[in-house]
Ligand binder design. Structure first.
Ligand code: BG6
Length: 496
């Protein structure tokens, strides 16, 4: 099978940080179809060779330990080409059309790794140049718009020229091996399904914590904030994966139908619930890994009076038979205490206690997504009885009816150890899926719109008034986040 992959934004950050390394890995793993071209498109004036050199120099600068072996890179680089294009010029799209027509590959992938305000225009121009035939696939990077209306406008423009089957909306969390494992765990094992419901589960907590600040993306992030950057997409996709009904099969639409139902069943926000159950924070200077780091407002590119949130903690519920009344907590932020993404499923206590158990000890399933990929099952077991046989008999006698003492124990499954760390990375997996035409791990327009619909009251309310709460860099966010969950009688994982 032959393919052409056209990378708009071919000299941009995403291209050299994520996409090129992922394509190179796919090439090294032998999974990239050999008969392919990768065409970087940007406004720069570069020859194919200059583009290859540029990509190689970026690899050298970024990848460190994963620096490509020069022979391998040379072979990979034969696939790389460059086309200078100005997306505002229709004639440049005709130039692209000619270049593609000359080869007539079986599949043509258009990857828009550009600013989202160029999406609509680019898609329209592709169609004008006749680049929307059935063999064309379009990949759209997030953020897809900045609210429901702008998201709809992009989707409407896309729908005019391509069918939904041709559109691959990326949420790279869906490509992570740990997230695939989450699906496999739920839908490949019979064990969990009977207890995966309100009768047994007390609450679910989703945490995506980052230890880094906004780095060099201050200007972008300041217009975006944690809600648009992480919650509308990654966190809600994880929420769907953990709570959706088992799909009838593994086809893309069967999976996406179930995710959509969850999004539709999320409790809508009211002024009252926003006040009680949506906490936003912004980091101030603090200490991260022993070093003093600046506050968000002092980061390059950030407005010194910015009200953009770098932390969010939310509490919501899913209004359906399986989950009614079960609190679901979502928490994400920059400059938190560690880089840690996990989902914790806290089960209800036994209905009748015949043992003595430590306070707040319940069964808990922790799905570690990163940096480790694995499962922890927290159970209770008979504690070691170290009481002396003689001497303290009175106390032992007095406790005879209280039952044995339980102690927390843990079953640990480390997928990195089990399957090795050289697994297919998120972007590698997703790019291969696009080339093969597999839509399972991509987001459908209606899912995306529903997710925007749900977050929009928060956007409106926060842009109207108030300030995010400050939290020191290197902590777990403002104390209001712990207070919110404590009101339900629970605590975040690291506080238990
Ligand atoms: C991106 C966000 O989508 O995800 C970034 O724009 C964030 O702000 C990143 O840092 C996190 O991805 P990962 O794979 O490092 O958890």
């Amino acid at each position: 099978m032959s393919f052409d992959l056209v990378l708009f934004g071919g000299t941009g950050d995403l291209a050299w940080r994520k996409l090129m390394p992922a394509l190179f890995q796919a090439f090294r793993h032998g999974s990239l179809p050999p008969d392919g071209r990768i065409i970087g498109v940007a406004r720069d004036d570069l020859s194919d060779d200059a583009y290859r050199e540029l990509i190689q120099s970026r690899f050298d600068a970024v990848e460190g330990a994963k620096r490509p072996n020069p022979d391998e890179f040379r072979k990979f680089a034969e696939m790389l080409h460059f086309l200078r294009m100005d997306l505002s010029k229709p004639e440049d799209f005709h130039k692209l059309a000619e270049m593609l027509k000359a080869r007539n590959a079986d599949t043509v992938v258009m990857y828009l790794a550009t600013a989202p305000n160029l999406f609509t225009q680019a898609v329209e121009q592709l169609a004008v140049a006749g680049l929307n035939g059935p063999h064309v696939r379009l990949v759209l990077e997030k953020p897809l718009g900045h609210d429901l209306e702008s998201n709809r406008a992009i989707n409407a423009a896309v729908r005019k020229v391509l069918t939904e089957q041709q559109v691959f909306r990326i949420d790279h969390y869906l490509g992570k091996p740990s997230v695939q494992n989450l699906f496999a765990m739920r839908f490949g094992n019979a064990l969990f399904e009977p207890i995966w419901r309100r009768e047994y589960i007390a609450n679910i907590q989703i945490t995506i914590a980052e230890d880094l600040g906004v780095e060099k993306r201050g200007a972008f992030y300041d217009q975006t904030g944690a809600l648009r950057d992480m919650v509308q997409n990654h966190a809600l996709q994880l929420l769907c994966a953990i709570t959706m009904e088992p799909p009838i099969n593994a086809h893309a639409d069967a999976i996406r139908d179930e995710k959509l139902k969850v999004l539709r069943a999320l409790k809508p926000w009211t002024a009252e619930s926003i006040g009680l159950h949506a906490i936003r924070g912004q980091y101030v200077a603090g200490t991260a890994y022993g070093e003093r780091v600046p506050g968000y407002r002092d980061e390059p590119g950030v407005d010194p009076e910015s009200r953009t949130e770098t932390f969010i903690a939310l509490r919501t519920e899913i209004a359906n038979w399986r989950w009614a009344g079960v609190p679901l907590y979502i928490r994400t932020g920059k400059r938190l205490a560690s880089r840690d993404a996990r989902i914790e499923v806290n089960f209800r206590p036994t209905p009748h206690a015949i043992y003595r158990a430590p306070a707040n000890s319940v069964n808990r399933l922790v799905i570690n997504l990163q940096p480790r990929d694995g499962l922890e099952l927290h159970l209770l077991a008979q504690a070691q009885d170290n009481r002396p046989r003689n001497g303290n008999g009175g106390a032992a006698h007095a406790n005879r009816h209280a039952g044995a003492q339980l102690a927390p124990v843990q079953l640990d499954l480390d997928f990195d150890k089990r399957f090795g760390t050289e697994r297919v990375g998120a972007y590698e997996r997703l790019l291969l899926d696009v080339i093969d035409g597999r839509l399972n791990l991509f987001v459908r327009a209606d899912e995306q719109e529903e997710a925007w619909r749900w977050v929009e009251p928060l956007i409106d309310s926060w842009s109207a008034d108030g300030e995010p709460r400050p939290y020191a860099a290197g902590t777990w966010g403002p104390s209001a986040s712990s207070a919110m969950i404590a009101r339900d009688g629970y605590a975040w994982g690291e506080e238990q």
